[in-house]
Every structure is written in structure tokens, then in C-alpha cells.
Ligand binder design. Sequence first.
Ligand code: 4AD
Length: 477
Amino acid sequence: MSYKQIKNILKLNPNSQNIIVKGWVKTFRANRFISLNDGSCIENIQCVVDFETMKSEILEKINTGTSLKIHGSLIKSMGKGQNLEIKVTDIKILGECDIETYPIQPKKHSLEFLRENAHLRIRTNTFGAIMRIRSNISFSIHKFFKEKGFYYVNTPIITGSDAEGAGEMFKVTTLDLKNIPIDKKNMVNYESDFFSKETNLTVSGQLEAESLAMGLGNVYTFGPTFRAENSNTSRHLAEFWMIEPEMAFYDLNDNMNLAESFIKSILKNLIVECENDLNFLKNRLEQEDKMKPQKDRNELNLIERLNFVVNNDFEKITYSDAFEILKNCKLNKKKKFKYIIDKWGVDFQSEHERYLVEKHFKKPVIVYDYPAKIKAFYMRMNDDNKTVKAMDILFPGIGEIVGGSQREERLDVLKSRIKELKIDQKELWWYLDLRKYGSVKHSGFGLGLERLILFSTGMTNIRDVIPFPRTPRNAEF
Ligand code: 4AD
């Protein structure tokens, strides 16, 4: 007799074979029907107990949350709602559950309540489905790059350079915070700190990935990144996972095409491999939609939305053209945007990005050739000397999901950009070396894993797609 995961048991024929399952009780009805889940899939297996022969001291201990090992035979179910069930011959209580205090009762809980109980929320159908989808997407990402001949590289989490400018950083130090050494200029003296210099948690592995691409060709990173911005929004985390491919010899166009086929490939795999979890989340969203006024309801269901992205070309548009659309749209003219679009060169806010995607084009949009002034120093300057070869991919309901660019490969232009932006050139000595020794055209982008999962699951708060979210004033668990 072997122990099997429920997802495998559900594929078996009901030939009365002996089976062992282990899992957590979802519900226990009529002292007879145990609905058991082991996390391997969204489905539970029904285990039917003969309460006349089963010891009452065992039955008394079974309730929602109890962990069990069950022996029994797999038979065709006589009841409605499932094809198979286990006729129980023996039950072992693995761990009792205090039903009086157990937060995850068999009823609908609010997402806020579940966030406060993030250590237990994985036992709900919703979070089980989300985390299985997260796992599937992570594997698909590696699969995609492996098949394309990319190398997976690991860039440092503790970084000595804070030059990228992608966001506020968390400091890493072993200095005694009650007794911080000060130098002659009244600044922190890092000489006695662990690394003898100021260090931070990385906001991106890009600069190091560029170095690795200049020898390995095509590489990608997939790791945690940290931003200390105080942005308490439903799309920002202080710790999030980013995938950053970096490709030698790619121009901006190659970069945009890769990003589009990358996202499509991940979603395509997901639709095939996570059908049941997606169906559960689709139904969940439909229930939620019913509570909303007609105008706020989703036109497409979750699976239709995923298919729509897979089957349609993303719209590619320059910043300047997008600027014209936004400037001339009714919302802008009627001053309905919080930030009015008036002068060329303004950065688009989430409300503008979402207008382009949700109202104007009604599909994912890639905006490229942004004003140099609002983008990072390393982006390739265009011949107009005003715009850089940057691109952002904008998604419905999310806004920016990818940010990337062709990189400035010309040493002189890069140096003058660094000077213009008053960045300390000394800190970037090794990055500049890459332009001195066999520099080539190259490009890359960063995809926020949690933003892609938001889109894939139809969830609306980024705190619900990472097991233990880190946000301002929140580092519980
Ligand atoms: O646009 P960003 O800042 O780009 C970079 O960091 C580049 N170095 C990437 C590169 O070219 N290699 O961030 C990239 C993506 C965003 O599009 C977004 O999806 C995600 O990372 N992101 C966040 N996700 C969650 N919480 C945050 N605070 C995020 N900030 C960025």
C-alpha cells in the first residue's frame, strides 16, 4: 500500500485498491464524510467513514484543520459532486486542530483577514490556487529561457553600488546603530562597517547581468529585489521577485519582441497546466463581479483574458504618440486625470497607463522611445538626443508589468550621461569597463513576477500573490 498525492489518486480507476492519503480536513459532515486536501491540487478527496465501526475517540478529534493519515479503498462515489471516494478502513490523527481558535473556518473570509493570518491562509482554496500558479509560472520562466539557450545567472543581493537609480534602497550594515561612527564631514564613516563601504539590498541585478551577458551572450536573473519606497499601493512590494534577461547583440526591437513572446509563452503554459486552479479563480472573480455595478464588471472572464493576451499582438507605440493620445483624450480635456497631461516629457502615471491599455487600445501596449529626462542613465540615446531606447509593457488592470531598454554601449555618450545626472562615475568604474573592452549593442528588461501573477490570477492586491508580503510597516511572519 503506497502513499499517494490526491492529484494522482484522482486520476486512478475506482478499482477498490488500497490507498493511503495524508492531508488536512476541509470539512467533516455528519460524522461520516471527511473532505481532505493535501495541497497537491484544488480538489479534495471525499473519505467516507463507517461511524459504527470507527472508534468514537478518533471521530471526536476530527474537525476542519485536523491533519490525518487515512487508509482505505478507492471506490466509485455514490454521492453527487465527485466521481471517486475513499472507503475508510483506518484513520490516524497526525495533528489535532483547536477548532475554537482556528482562524480558517469553513466559510468565506475577507482577504484582509487572511493577510493577517498569512501563515495559515495557504489552507484556503484561493491561496492554494494562487501559490500553485506562482510555482507553475516560475518553472515556465526557466523553461522558456532554457529552450532559448539563455544562461541562468545569480547576481548579488547585497550591492556596493546605488547608482542604478531604480528606487530607494535598504541599507545593509553591521554598525552599531546606537553608536554610529562619523567622519570629518559629519557623514557616516563606513570604514569599520562589514564591507568597509556603504552597502544596500539590490534594487535590480541588471548592471551585473550586463557584465555577464558580455561573455555568456544571453543570460537572465530571477531573484528577489528590494525597494524602500513608501508606496503603499496595491501594486508595490518592498520585496518582490524580478526576472531580468540581458542579451548581447539585441536592439530595442529584438528586446520588445522577446518580452512579448516571453509573456505569451508563460501564459500559454499556464492555461494548459493549471486548468483547475484557473477555473476556480475564474469562478471566484465571477462571484465578485456579480456584487459590482454593471459598468465595473469585467467584459472577459479570467481565462478569456489570458487567451486574449496569448492570441493578440501587443500594441507598440512611441511615447510621443502615446502622449498625443493622452493629451487629446476626453478625460484629460475634462481634467478628470489626477495628473493632467500637458507638456511633452512628463512621466505617465498609472491612471494614464491604464487609460491607454483599458480604454484606448483594449490590449497590452508597449510604449517605447521615452524622453531621456525621465529614464535611467544607462539607456541608449536616440539620434534626436531627446529620447532613449526604453520600453515599458503596460497590462490591463495592472499598468506597468515590464520595464526595459537597449543599453548605451558607447563609452563617451555613457560618460556624459553619468555626468549630466551627477552620478559618481568612480562607483561605476567596472560598468564603464564593459564599454572599453569589446562593447556591443545589448538590451534587456525586467518583469515583475508578482505583477504577472496578479494578471494571471485576477487578484487585485499584490499582497495576495506572494506568500509573505513585505510592505511599509509590515514585516510580520
Ligand atoms: O521598471 P523597473 O524599475 O526596471 C528595472 O529595475 C530595470 N533594471 C529592469 C531591466 O531593464 N533589467 O522594474 C521592472 C519591473 C516593473 O515593470 C514592475 O513589473 C516590477 O519590476 N516592479 C515592482 N513590482 C512590485 N513592487 C515594486 N515595488 C516594483 N517595482 C518594480
